[in-house]
Structure formats: C-alpha cells, structure tokens
Write a protein that binds this ligand. Structure first.
Ligand code: ADP
Length: 922
C-alpha cells in the first residue's frame, strides 16, 4: 500500500519481548510485565485513574533518560514522592482533566509544549495526556533546541500560527477539478509546514483498496502518484485504529522500541493491561517497519482524513532520515487534514445531490420521449441522453425476444446472449456484477461490469449497461513499467509490488456498482415497463431496432455535426449470411467523412481500413479495450483518434442472419493536449524542490571562497612561507587541513554541477554525434586514470556510426563517470569492458562491465542517492564524494532514458545507460 501505515494496531512485539536486548536488571527483583512498546525518543507513564493517590501503574523502560528515575523506583509510587517537584506538578496538572468522576468523559489526546526546570536544567517537553480505561496515560517527548521545528535540522520552524491562521476553511470546491487542486495544495502545504521528503494523499476506494491521489516529493524520489494498492495491504484492525488515532508518527524507523513495564499485584499475577490505542509514542508492527525500510523511509507521519465519520483516506509523509516534529506542527497537519475533510464532505454532498437531480432529469426525459411516440430502442440507446449516462457506465443494451441491440462499450453478441440466459434464470429482477469473467467463462476482456434489469421473462425483455475493467482507467504519473531501481529482492513488499498485487486483484474487474445504481436501474425499468404495450411487445419492438440504426447514424450527423463536439464518428457495417459473411460498409456519418474522406456504401470494410492505415483486424484488437492512434487528416490536420470499441452498435435480428456493427472513433486530440499541459503543471509543482537546489547552488558558491582561503593558507603553513621555523607536527596538521579542504572543495564542485544540471542551466542540449566514436574516445581517456594501467580495458562497439541526439559533453561525462568508477572499484589484474549495444526494439545501451569488488544488494538502491557511498573498507579506502552516480542518473533521465545496474559482491558490476529510441537516429 502507498507507504502509508499498515501498523497492526496492536503491539506485535509484545510476544517477542523475551528476545529484546534491553537491560532490565533494575527491575529484576520486581514482578514486572511487559505490555507493548513505545518509540524510544520519549517516555510513557500511566497513573491509576481510580486510585485517589494517582500512583504510577505503568512506565516505559527508558524512564531514567527522560525523568531521571529508574522504572522500579517509580512503579506503584506516588509521583510527588519519587519525582522532582516541577515534574510531579506538571504530571498532576496534565492528568487532572482526565481524573473525572464521569466515566464517559474521555477527552482526546492533547499535546502541549511545556518548559520546565529540573535540577537546574531547562527542559522543553511535548507532553501528551489521555485517558485509557482505568488509567491516565502521559507521554513525554523532549523537544530539542529553543525553537527548532524538527530535530533533523528541520526548516519547519515555529508553526504555531502556520496554516491554521490563514483564515476560515475555504468553501467546499464546486467541482471535482477544484477538489483535485485542493488535494494538491494540501499535500504541498503539509510538505511546507513539516519538511518531509514525500507527502502523499492516499484515498480508500469502497472495497478498501487504496490510491495515491496527490503527491509532492523530492525530485530524486520515484513517484507513487497514481499507484493503487490492494485492500489486503492494510489489516482491518489498523483501519479501525486509524479512525480513532488520527495522527501517528514514527520518528526513527530503525530505533529499537522500548517496552512499557508494569508491576503486577504480586508474583505470578497478571499486570493491569494498558490499551495503547491512542498513544502517540506507541511503536508499530515489525511488518510495517520492514515495509518502510524497503522503501528507504526512515521516518513517517500519517494523518487520517475522516469524512462523515468514516475513514476516507490518509495524508502520509515520508522522510529519508529520522525526523520528528513539534506539537504545533503536528497540530497544523491535523488541521490541514480536517480542512481537507470538510471540503471533501461538502463536495460529496453536492455530487450526490447533482447525481440525484441528473437521474430525475433523465427519467423525465425518457418518459417524455416514450410518450411522444419515440420507439423504445431509440429512446433508450440513441440520442444524447442514453441509458448508461445516469448509471456511470459506457455502453448499454436492450433485448426483446430474439433481437438484441448493443451500443457503445459492450460484450459480443454471443457473450451477451449467454450472460442473459444465466441472468434471466435467476429470481432477482436486477443483476449486478463487477466481474463478468466470474460469471461467464471465456468472456472478452473489454467489459467487466454488467448491470441488467429483467422486465419480462417470456418473452425475454431486459435492459442493461456495461463498464470497462477499472485498470484501463488508472492514470499513470510515473511509468509503471519502468523498473524501479530502488526495489530490493523479489519477495519483499514495496509500493510497486503492492501495485502489482492490486492489478492482480482487480484484473477483469470494473469499478463496483453501488446501491444508487440498483435504485436508478429499477426506476428506469419501471418507466420502460409502464410503456410496454400490454398486448404484444414483440410486434411493436421487433422492427424498431432497424429504426434505431438509422437514428444513431443520422442523429450524430445532424444534431451535433463534427468530431470535436460529439467526439464520435461512426461507420455502420453489415454482415449478412446471404453475402458470404463479408463485412461491408452500410453507411458512415459526416464526422467519419470529415476525417477519413469519401467512403462508398457497400465497400469491403477490410479495404477501407487498409486505406486509413489501420490493420484489417482492428475489430478484434479493439475488443481488448480502447486504443489510440495518430492520423493525418487532409481536412483536419494531425489528430489523435481513439477507437472506443468495436462494435459500438451491434444489432442482431431475431433470425440472427444479419448483424450490423458500428465502429466508433473519438477524437481525443484536445484531451491529449490537456494531459500534456497537466503534466507540465505537475512539473511546476516541483518548483519547491528546485528552489532548494537553487539555494544549494548559492551556498556552494559562497563556500568556495573561504575554502580556497583555507587551502591557500594551509599550503603556506605546510611550505613554511613567511615563517622562520615550522614544527613538523604543524606541517603534518596543515597537510591534513589541506587534504580535507581539497576533498570538501571537490564535493562542492560536484554539488554545484549537479544543481546546475537540475536547474536546467546545463540541461540536455540538442546536437547530433556519433556514440560509437564517443565511446572509443572515452576508453582512450580513461587509460590515463590512476590504476587503469593495471587493468585489461576492452571495448565491444558496432562497426559503424551510431547517431545520437544529445549533448556530447554531457554524454561523455556519463560514460567517463561509469568508466572511472569501474576502474576505481576494480583491483589490479581485473577487467573493464565497455559495450555499445543496439537493441532490436530501438534505442541504444552503453554498458560498463567490470570484474571489481561489486555492490552488496543492501547498498544497490542507495548508490544513486546524493552523497551515498557503498559500505565497507573497500569503498572507504577509495576517493569519492558519492555524487557521481546521482549526476549520471539525473542526466540520463533528462534524456528520457534510465540507468540500470546488476552486481554481486566479488563478481563485479555492470552499469547500463539506456537511451530511448527517439534519441537515436536511423
Ligand atoms: P563515488 O564513486 O564518488 O563514491 P558514485 O556516486 O560514483 O560516488 O558511486 C556511489 C557508490 O556506488 C560508490 O561509493 C560505490 O560504493 C558504488 N559503486 C559505483 N560504481 C561501482 C563499481 N563499478 N563497482 C563497485 N561499486 C561501485
């Protein structure tokens, strides 16, 4: 799941407490029991709420570090007797509101910041108190620094009056688009206020599967936006927990949890249990910790978004290094989550009301059309308001006796007939499924959802609508097929693996129908039934199917005219048994003519397709789902057209001897352009990250001057310039200063280059050069690199030139960087091989393979992050800044390509730069 939190809601570590390497010697003599764990950065204690003395019933094992007293000196004691005056007074005052007689009165956890003096030292504590059964739980988190927002050098600052002070919550957004904007703004605001590396908004679908609907992240992190997760990722008890404990923080994923201790009444007797559901410090399940570690996440914050009392979704924040935030920042996040929820609530209400009104409008319209004598098939399936419009479906059907009409997205005639046979034999008048494949063996993949109302069983009269598999509707932010370098071994859980699981679970599945669908379909069925002539429906309806055919083609032409408005061009074909089953064009509408030019009635469809440049089996292909293609129309220029399904209209007459089909095109040129604009808007959202890079660049320049001074003067000391006598030790120290300064300067230079590239000032230039030649040059250059003489360098390059569209210098830098790493990390006697491959599917691949030290699987996802170098002495003894690969990755991705690595310790490594086909000429 979206890296949110599948924290199980109970402490999964309780059972393993015996293995914990904690020093419990202080409590050895006491009958101490472990009851769950907390995160180690704070301390938890509980006071007996029913006990007039308010004695300490539970304490976390780390009490000494925070309270200055060991657990066994506190358990069972009165805080006033065992703690310093100011501390005891603080605990008492925070506990007081929860020690009420009225058992129901249990205010939610409240965090406040307190400053106090203990034994002469000033302390800042975030103290959270809440009632848990017969206990008052108090949690103390020391807050470092007088005004620090987060303890990781965060720039979160003091945000007590941050976003909450911006004014009243905005009035609920009017449209879905406005809501999406608000979602984007919310994650951005949360990122601004907290400084987390990634902030996502995660939404639950009715089946509890999840989707990342908004995201802001550091530019070097892989996008999760658009990824979907199966319901199984979050256990039900965790979902329950999320609705009561609205804000959860893991300050340091790697930190060892601390047990909560309690003293039983006597040896062997059970200690009082303490429910940690509402605890802010509670540690989470090891399973969840592993999940986060797989994503390289070191700290998280999760805020529930509760809409109309139910869990709608979560704001999930991730950080790559440990991070905690102060109570005021926490409150700001909770406030943002609440404000978002208020807007979603308003929007949902409005959408429901609009839906109801639309249904009513449709029913009135249908009644009027039927009353005015419009034939039933036409009134239901033709015109601008069609049966499936108020039902959120994409195609519909009507069957009367043996005749069947299918319009827009629909199964084949045979599949529909088979499905109907099963449905009619059931007792319910309305049949809904979101997985047709489960009911109908061998059904085609285009349709997954089916909602049918049976009006009569003899003769069979039924209406129905269809939905496509949901997977086709998923919008991709990142390329889901792109191998994620950050992914560890196959068997481990991670977002993309979860996404694969979601896809598996949702294969052949449509968006589920809800109760409103059943209700609306029943209402429509009632209207239709009222209009069925009591005497002989077949006599009236049979021939009308023919008139529907005319209605569909002519109406699209007259009523709305062109592609751009209706988005639909039609070609109607007929396949008649007496003509040997050849599919011929019967008629086309004007929109079709507009784009594809003259098409004669009676023409063989295969020949028409050939002229347009479409495969003759386009019908079979489009059954797999809609697909788009580019077409250069003489009248309309370059268009992106989508075949929305074949057939969009199938009419099988009673005898089944003739089948009409209609092929429908939708012009999606504008939509495509809008999508592209949206993508660039997302890029703009990354401006924040860009500003950080700019800042880095400025600081880098400022640092260079003093470092140059350090280098210059340390050199002077070393060389004894201007001094009569210089101690050997001083010379040695000056040498160390000089070397460290030189290393620092190297790092700053590389950092500057990286930020220049990320800023675009050194972006991917366009020029054409020969990649074969460049590889040969790079190999020549690398021969001069220290250590290269002790290695066997070889190259496998194509005989001819490989023309590539890119910046030559940047490309050389990438190849040299990989080559120099290969030389650097390969001990004497080894080999380095440079290869240039041209895969059959297009593009080019530059491979640098070495027989060197290799990279352990644990580091392989880290090496592309800035300043990350491999572990171990073999890496440490070699010079490096850890920026080289970050730079190569940034550069190749700027060209639309990617970098891959395969490696095993001791076996060497192979790095591949993969350049997409559009960058390669010829
Ligand atoms: P640097 O080489 O300056 O340390 P890079 O970003 O170029 O920084 O590489 C990051 C890390 O990746 C290196 O520190 C090393 O651990 C590992 N690495 C890169 N290339 C190789 C290689 N060819 N063989 C083994 N390890 C490598």
């Amino acid at each position: 799941m979206g890296g949110v939190s599948n924290d199980s809601g109970r402490d999964a570590r309780t059972g393993t407490s015996g293995d914990d390497a904690l020093d419990l010697s202080e409590c050895e003599r006491e009958p101490i029991h472990l009851l769950g764990h907390i995160q180690p950065h704070g301390c938890l204690l509980a006071l007996g709420a029913d006990d007039p003395g308010g004695r300490i019933t539970h304490i976390s094992a780390n009490s000494r570090t925070v309270l200055g007293a060991a657990p066994d000196s506190l358990l069972g004691r009165d805080p006033d007797a065992v703690l310093d005056g100011p501390v005891a007074a603080l605990l008492r005052s925070r506990a007081a509101p929860y020690l009420t007689e009225e058992a129901d009165l249990t205010p939610p956890p409240l965090t406040e910041l307190h400053t106090l003096t203990r034994q002469g030292a000033a302390l800042r504590w975030a103290v959270t108190a809440h009632r848990s059964g017969a206990h008052v739980v108090i949690e103390i988190e020391p807050v470092p620094g007088p005004a620090a927002g987060g303890d990781a050098g965060a720039d979160a600052g003091d945000h007590a009056d941050g976003p909450g002070a911006e004014g009243d919550p905005p009035v609920g957004p009017r449209s879905g688009a406005a809501l999406h904007r608000l979602e984007d703004e919310t994650v951005q605001a949360v990122a601004d206020v907290t400084g987390y590396d990634r902030v996502m908004l995660y939404m639950f679908h009715p089946d509890w599967s999840g989707e990342v609907v908004a995201e802001t992240r550091r530019p070097d992190m892989a996008p999760y936006l658009g990824l979907r997760y199966p319901a199984s990722d979050i256990p039900p008890q965790a979902l329950r927990l999320f609705t009561v404990n609205l804000l959860r923080i893991i300050g340091d994923v790697a930190a060892e949890p601390v047990p909560v201790l309690s003293k039983g009444p006597g040896d062997g007797e059970a200690a009082e249990s303490l429910d940690l559901t509402h605890s802010v410090l509670r540690s989470v399940s090891p399973y969840h910790i592993e999940y986060l570690q797989n994503m390289e996440v070191a700290a998280t914050l999760t805020a529930s978004v509760i809409v109309d009392g139910a869990l709608w979704g979560m704001i999930a924040c991730h950080h790559l290094t440990p991070r905690r935030i102060t109570p005021d920042v926490r409150a700001a996040v909770a406030d943002l989550a609440r404000r978002l929820a208020t807007c979603i609530e308003a929007q949902q209400r409005r959408a429901k009301a609009e839906q109801r009104q639309a249904t009513e409008r449709y029913l009135t319209q249908l009644r009027n059309r039927l009353a005015s004598g419009e034939p039933l098939p036409q009134a239901l399936l033709g015109g601008t308001a069609r049966l499936w419009d108020p039902l959120g479906a994409e195609g519909g059907m009507l069957t009367v006796g043996g005749s069947l009409a299918l319009v827009d997205l629909c199964p084949t005639v045979d599949d529909t007939r088979r499905a109907l046979a099963g449905i009619v034999s059931q007792s319910d008048a309305v049949f809904l499924t979101d997985r047709l494949a489960g009911h109908l063996e061998g059904a085609g993949p285009a349709v997954a959802g089916l909602a049918v109302a049976v009006l009569s069983r003899d003769p069979v009269i039924a209406i129905g609508v269809f939905r496509p598999p949901e997977e086709q509707e998923v919008f991709w932010a990142g390329d889901p097929t792109k191998p994620a370098l950050q992914e560890p071994g196959r068997d481990r859980i991670s977002p993309r693996r979860s996404f694969a699981a979601w896809k598996e679970a949702h294969r052949d599945r449509a968006k589920p129908w809800d109760e409103a669908t059943r209700d609306t379909l029943e209402k429509i069925a009632r209207v239709v039934r009222d209009h069925l002539p009591a005497a002989d429906p077949l006599a009236t309806l049979g021939p009308d199917i023919e008139s529907l055919k005319t209605a569909l083609t002519s109406e699209t032409t007259q009523a709305v005219g062109g592609f751009a408005i209706t988005g639909e061009g039609l070609a109607l074909t007929v396949e008649a048994a007496e003509q040997g089953g050849v599919e011929r064009v019967e008629t086309v509408n004007r929109a079709f003519l507009d784009v594809f030019g003259e098409t004669q009635p009676g023409a063989d469809l295969a020949a028409v397709m050939d002229r347009i440049g479409l495969p003759a089996d386009v019908g079979a292909r489009s059954r797999e789902g809609a697909f788009a293609f580019e077409y250069w129309s003489r009248r309309r220029g370059r268009r992106t057209l989508q075949i929305v399904g074949w057939p969009v209209l199938t009419i099988a007459d009673q005898a089944g001897s003739r089948t009409w089909r209609a092929l429908s095109f939708r012009d999606i040129t504008e939509t495509r352009r809008t999508q592209e604009t949206m993508a660039s808007a997302r890029d703009r959202a990354e401006l924040g990250a860009r500003m950080k890079t700019e800042f880095l660049s400025r600081i880098g320049h400022d640092l260079k001057t003093p470092i140059n001074a350090i280098l210059g003067f340390s050199d002077m000391i070393r060389l004894g310039v201007g001094a009569s006598h210089v101690d050997d030790k001083v010379v040695e120290y000056a040498g160390i200063i000089h070397d460290a300064g030189a290393h620092l300067l190297g790092m700053i230079e590389e950092l500057l280059e990286l930020s220049r590239f990320q800023l675009g000032s050194a972006g991917p230039g366009e020029q054409s050069f020969d990649l074969t030649h460049l590889c040969r040059e790079c190999l020549d250059w690398i021969k001069a690199y220290p250590g290269a003489a002790e290695l066997t360098l070889s190259a496998q390059l194509p005989a001819g030139a490989v023309a590539v569209q890119a910046d030559r210098i940047i490309f050389a830098r990438m190849v040299l960087n990989l080559l120099s790493n290969a030389v650097k990390f390969t001990p004497a006697g080894g080999t380095v091989d440079l290869r240039l491959r041209l895969p059959t599917e297009g593009g080019a691949v530059v491979e640098v393979a070495d027989s060197g030290i290799g990279i352990p699987p644990t580091s392989i996802r880290e090496i592309f992050l800035p300043f990350r170098r491999g572990d171990g002495a073999e890496v440490a003894e070699r010079e490096g800044t850890g920026l080289g690969l970050t730079m190569v990755k940034t550069m190749i991705e700027a060209y639309g390509g990617r970098i891959e690595v395969t490696s095993a310790p001791g076996d060497g490594s192979t790095f591949s730069l993969i350049l997409p086909a559009e960058r390669c000429e010829g």
